[in-house]
Design a protein around this ligand. Structure first.
Ligand code: CP
Ligand code: NVA
Length: 302
């Protein structure tokens, strides 16, 4: 396995299968109170340039449950916030902690951190990818639909960071992704063409009904990602036809499930009725962040 986990493609198909199998075991063990301290005396430094609920809590709880420790680091309180170079911070942190998780505005910063660290670096969300989310999403699809091969996922809304990791993941899983986005918010052409060249199964359309037709999974994300708060009114107007509601769900396969990485703006990108329905895998999707990241930490650190 690569030293770092910056992109969903930093793992192979086989490693993905192993991570999911391990995560399922950890999930079962946790239910009956079994925790093996395989990461005793290991520390994860977690740098958050942006807000987080799930990523922070799941990594911190995960390290604790594995017998290790996690440090929450706000760059504003670090010398990083006063201009200390990323490369110097990375070198120094490598002498203290066992791994770094970073949530950064720019993917370049995550790469720079990894380049100058001697220890594993995990991408906890960047403007390009959110690979930890995609790991949990694949685990959840496996739990609900018992396979990924041949599964048709309709991504409805913004072609953002979460969407990019999903697109790239089809190379590992054999899923097919059809993205319905307003044309100005479609995933970048270079990402789609690079993914297609590597064997991804991805198609981009503008009509959400076309994407949803016969889908096994309807997936969406916020219309306003972190840092886009000034564009709320404009985005809300453009994305409203892309709302995941009962009408859109009725176009998918009868047993289709709905997913959202959260946080959700209820009744914007997804209605209360849909997110709270029996077809919503959203809460398992959030929970699985914990189990799959524990498996990832063990793989990178044990
Ligand atoms: N899905 C996700 O990463 O949530 P947080 O922003 O709360 O970490
Ligand atoms: N696309 C969202 C995901 C949040 C988990 C964002 O970048 O804010």
């Amino acid at each position: 396995m690569n030293k770092d986990f910056l992109s969903i493609l930093d793992i192979s198909r086989e490693e993905l299968i192993n991570l999911i199998a391990h995560a399922r075991k950890l999930k079962e063990e946790r239910k009956v109170g079994v925790h093996t301290p395989v990461l005793a005396h290991k520390t994860l430094g977690m740098i958050f340039e942006k807000s987080s609920t799930r990523t922070r809590i799941s990594f911190e709880t995960g390290m604790y449950e594995l017998g290790g420790h996690a440090l929450f680091l706000n760059p504003k309180d670090m010398q990083l916030g006063r201009g200390e170079a990323i490369r110097d911070t990375a070198r120094v942190m490598s002498r203290f902690v066992s791994a770094i998780m970073i949530r950064a505005s720019r993917h370049d910063e995550v790469i720079e951190f990894a380049t100058h660290s001697d220890i594993p670096v995990i991408n906890g969300l960047s403007d390009r990818e959110h690979p930890c989310q995609t790991l949990a999403d694949i685990m959840t699809i496996n739990e609900w639909l018992f396979r990924t091969e041949g599964i048709r996922v309709a991504w409805i809304g913004d072609g953002n960071n979460v969407c990019t990791s999903l697109i790239l993941s089809t190379i590992l899983t054999g899923m097919e992704v059809i993205i319905a986005s307003p044309s100005e918010f479609a995933p970048k052409n270079e990402i789609v063409s690079e993914a297609l060249r590597m064997g991804a199964k991805v198609r981009v359309v503008t009509d959400p009904g076309v994407a949803a037709a016969d889908a096994d999974v309807i997936m969406t994300d916020t219309w306003i990602s972190m840092g886009q708060e000034e564009e709320v009114e404009q985005r809300k107007k453009i994305f409203m036809p892309y709302q995941v509601n009962s009408d859109l769900m009725s176009k998918a396969k009868p047993g289709a499930i709905v997913m959202h990485c959260l946080p959700a703006h209820r009744n914007w990108e997804i209605t209360d009725e849909v997110i709270d329905s029996k077809r919503s895998a959203v809460w398992d999707q959030a929970e699985n962040r914990l189990h799959i990241q524990k498996a990832l930490l063990v793989r990178l650190l044990a």
